[in-house]
Design a binder for this molecule. Structure first.
Ligand SMILES: [Zn+2]
Length: 68
């Protein structure tokens, strides 16, 4: 028998209005895809669960250039 696993992408958001944070979990579209392939759509509004403001999203500046 083998251990089984699944994969989860966990997105972390920071609200541009109230500065609170929240997370959103998703299943990856493709295991071999780049991080850009699994990015969220940037042309729709996302609602802050704390204050309710709706805004577009973008990847946090500098995140994709981080060295691992
Ligand atoms: Zn907010």
């Amino acid at each position: 028998m083998k251990h089984q696993y699944t994969i989860e992408l966990l997105f972390h958001f920071n609200c541009s209005t109230c500065n609170n944070w929240w997370s959103y979990a998703s299943t990856p579209n493709c295991l071999s895809g780049s991080i850009e392939y699994n990015s969220l759509p940037e042309n729709i509004d996302y609602y802050c669960p704390h204050c309710g403001v709706a805004e577009k999203v973008e990847v946090k500046e500098g995140f994709l250039n981080k060295k691992t």
